[in-house]
Ligand binder design. Structure first.
Ligand code: ZN
Length: 223
């Protein structure tokens, strides 16, 4: 039991929330790298020339992250352009899930890619997602968040959920989720309701996390 929990934690630490580079990740361009407090720029800034529409990711304590996102009325080309931008931004960060509100657009849209490094990219899109059922069984997993960089902690959530949402083409989909997908969709759905994973932690841990992110952002600005 202890060993399998440790293994899960390792998995999450190393493959779930951005410790390892996802299959199709590219290095962040300089502006985003600076905002992230990192000095990684393997492409020498040339990603701009590839026409990638990267959007800055908001981090705590930005007030918009507490906002409840509004439902999408139609899955049209404008929305698909937003989802394309979100996916590029998520890959560049790199991360495995991103809610629109994290790039400053409070609409109920999530992008995700749970493919491992050795697998081809598998982008997923969730518009107006809803959890229609959640198991009583709970699972504890370590989580992280692109809006709370460099902070990781354990969160307890239902182990399985049933979902409904609209996909990239606007088709209604119903799906059962467990494991990584269940964790990730609940984490991202929280974002649409103005909730961050650190809101599931004690107040002390939450305040400490926010202080750490603020200090890192300040240090990055000063550097
Ligand atoms: Zn997040």
């Amino acid at each position: 039991m202890a060993a399998s929990l440790r293994h899960l934690t390792w998995l999450l630490h190393h493959s779930l929330f951005s410790r390892l580079t996802p299959a199709s990740a590219r290095g962040p361009p300089p502006a985003i790298a600076a905002a992230m407090g990192e000095v990684v720029d393997p492409f020498g800034g040339s990603s701009y020339l590839l026409g990638m529409a990267l959007r800055p990711i908001l981090s705590v304590p930005h007030p918009m992250l507490k906002q409840v996102s509004t439902p999408v009325e139609a899955v049209d080309d404008e929305l698909r352009a937003l989802m394309d931008d979100m996916l590029e931004t998520m890959y560049a960060a790199p991360g495995i899930g991103l809610a629109a509100v994290q790039v400053g657009v409070p609409r109920r849209v999530i992008v995700m890619d749970l493919a491992r490094e050795d697998e081809p990219p598998a982008p997923r899109y969730f518009v107006n997602p809803e959890i229609t059922w959640a198991s009583e069984e709970l699972a504890i997993r370590e989580e992280g968040c692109l809006s709370v960089p460099e902070i990781y902690d354990e969160v307890e959530r239902p182990a399985q959920v049933k979902l409904k949402y609209l996909n990239y083409r606007g088709e209604a989909v119903e799906e059962d989720a467990e494991g990584l997908l269940a964790v990730c969709i609940q984490h991202e759905l929280d974002h649409l309701n103005g909730v961050l994973f650190i809101d599931h932690l004690s107040r002390l841990k939450r305040d400490r996390a926010i202080a750490k992110v603020k200090k890192a952002a300040k240090d990055a600005q000063a550097a």
